[in-house]
Write a protein that binds this ligand. Structure first.
Ligand SMILES: [Zn+2]
Length: 306
C-alpha cells in the first residue's frame, strides 16, 4: 500500500498575529496553493479540535483552561514576546493538535500510510507547562502520547528538521526512554537549547549545525548520526516535525538548504519508517517563513511522501 493523505482546516488562517510577525496567515495560504496546484488528487481531511484529554497527556489537566481563558474577544494579547493570542488562536491551536491526533489515527487504522498535516500555529517550541516561540500546544508530543494511550504503541520517535531546536518536544520526552527525539537545527539560534550534551535518559539526539551549513551537511548529520540512533530505538511510529525554515531564503535563520534537500531528507525519513515502523509516518508542518520557499519546500516534501 502506498497512500498519502492530507489534513488541514480553514481555521489555520484565522489565528491572528501582529503586523510584521513572520508566523502569519499567508503561510498556510501558500501551503494550500501548493496543495491545490499539485496535490488535488490526495485525500484531504478536516482537522478536528484536540480533546482536553489528548492535550492533558502532555500539558497536564490545568493547561488547556489556562490558555483558553486568556483568549481575548477582540485585539491580541501576548503570551510571551513571540507568541500571541487573538480571537481564533485557541481554535487553530486545538485543531493543529487535533490534526496531529487524527493523523496518528489514520496511519494506525490503515486509512493512510503517510499523513501530512498542514497547520498553523506550529507546536515544537511549546513546553509541557509553557507556550513559547509561536507555539501553544506541543502537537508532535500530543500525537506520540495519543499513539500510546489509544493505539497501544510502546515506542514512538519524533524526528525534527526545523531549523530551530524542538525544545518543547525534547522537554516532553526527556525522561521517557520509550520516546525518542532526534533533531538537526542551527546553533546558536532560538530557543538556545539543542546541544549534543542534552541527552535526556539516552533518548534525545541533537545534531547542532553551524550558520552557513548547506543541505549536504544536514543530510550527512541525518545519514551518519540521527537515523542510526532512531533505528536503534525501534520506534513503531515516526512523527516528523517538518519545518522548512532551514531553506536558504528563510529570514529567521542561516542554513542554506534548497527545496530538493528537503525532498532528500523526506525520502530518507520515509525509508526509515518503512524499515522499522511498517511505513507509519506522520508529518506535521512546523516553521518556514519565506512564503515562496515554504511553498516550494512543501511541494518537494509531498512529492517525496506520495
Ligand atoms: Zn523553526
Amino acid at each position: 500500500m502506498s497512500k498519502l493523505s492530507v489534513i488541514t482546516h480553514e481555521a489555520f488562517a484565522r489565528h491572528p498575529v501582529p503586523m510584521g510577525h513572520p508566523e502569519r496567515p499567508d503561510r498556510i495560504r501558500h501551503v494550500w496553493q501548493a496543495l491545490d496546484e499539485d496535490f488535488a488528487d490526495l485525500d484531504r481531511h478536516q482537522a478536528p479540535e484536540a480533546s482536553a484529554e489528548a492535550i492533558a497527556r502532555v500539558h497536564g489537566e490545568y493547561y488547556l483552561d489556562l490558555i483558553a481563558e486568556q483568549e481575548p474577544q477582540e485585539g491580541m494579547i501576548s503570551l510571551d514576546p513571540d507568541t500571541h493570542m487573538g480571537k481564533g488562536t485557541l481554535e487553530a491551536s486545538r485543531r493543529a493538535a487535533g490534526g496531529a491526533v487524527l493523523a496518528v489515527d489514520q496511519v494506525m487504522t490503515g486509512q493512510a500510510e503517510r499523513v501530512f498535516l498542514a497547520a498553523r500555529p506550529p507546536g515544537h517550541h511549546a513546553e509541557p507547562h509553557k507556550p513559547m516561540g509561536f507555539c501553544l500546544f506541543s502537537s508532535a508530543a500530543i500525537a506520540a502520547q495519543h499513539a500510546r494511550a489509544v493505539h497501544g504503541l510502546t515506542r514512538v520517535a519524533v524526528v525534527d528538521f526545523d531549523v530551530h531546536h524542538g525544545n518543547g518536544t525534547q522537554a516532553a520526552f526527556w525522561d521517557d526512554g520509550d520516546l525518542t527525539f532526534a533533531s538537526s537545527h542551527q546553533m546558536p539560534l532560538f530557543p538556545g537549547t539543542g546541544s549534543m550534551t542534552e541527552t535526556g535518559c539516552g533518548n534525545i539526539h541533537n545534531a547542532p549545525m553551524r550558520a552557513g551549513d548547506d543541505g549536504a551537511a544536514v543530510i550527512a548529520a541525518w545519514q551518519d548520526y540521527l537515523i542510526p540512533k532512531v533505528k536503534a530505538a525501534k520506534p513503531e511510529l515516526i512523527i516528523l516535525s517538518a519545518g522548512f525554515d532551514a531553506h536558504e531564503a528563510d529570514p529567521l535563520a542561516s542554513l542554506n538548504l534548497r527545496a530538493e534537500d528537503f525532498a532528500t531528507l523526506t525520502t530518507m525519513i520515509r525509508q526509515l519508517a518503512e524499515d522499522i515502523a511498517e511505513g507509519r509516518l506522520v508529518s506535521l508542518l512546523e516553521g518556514g517563513y519565506d512564503l515562496a520557499a515554504l511553498k516550494a519546500s512543501v511541494t518537494a516534501h509531498l512529492n517525496a511522501l506520495r
